[in-house]
Design a protein around this ligand. Structure first.
Ligand SMILES: [Zn+2]
Length: 120
């Protein structure tokens, strides 16, 4: 995931997180159709294909990730306005040249930070 994020700098990169019981098992990379440093739009065909893949493998869509190569560390107003799925929004941002991931639950026009458990 971080590879994909780094390769797309200065543009935002995005993708999906699939798994079961709140545990991510698969990261699916999706092209950012917007090709923008400030927003992302998942390429619709790839997104649809990914949704089918998730379903046919008995998994659930748990999250959507994207990067903020130039900040902010939190969900942007655009992210909040465009959030279409009730899933965790994982945002990669760079803080003093190091990437960090923070998770947000976006609902009713508000983003609330959630705690992520990375690794085992
Ligand atoms: Zn964003």
């Amino acid at each position: 995931m971080l590879d994909h994020v780094e390769r797309h700098v200065p543009l935002e990169a995005c993708g999906l997180l699939a798994g079961k019981n709140d545990r991510v098992q698969e990261v699916i990379l999706v092209q950012n159709q917007a090709q923008s440093p400030a927003r992302f739009v998942m390429e619709p065909y790839e997104q649809l294909r990914a949704f089918h893949w998730i379903e046919s493998n008995g998994l659930e869509l748990l999250g959507i990730f994207h990067s903020h190569p130039a900040g902010p560390e939190t969900a942007s107003a655009t992210d909040i306005a465009e959030a279409a799925y009730e899933v965790i929004h994982l945002i990669w941002s760079r803080v003093q040249d190091r990437w960090q991931a923070r998770g947000f639950w976006i609902e009713n026009g508000r983003a609330t930070e959630v705690t992520l458990h990375i690794g085992e």
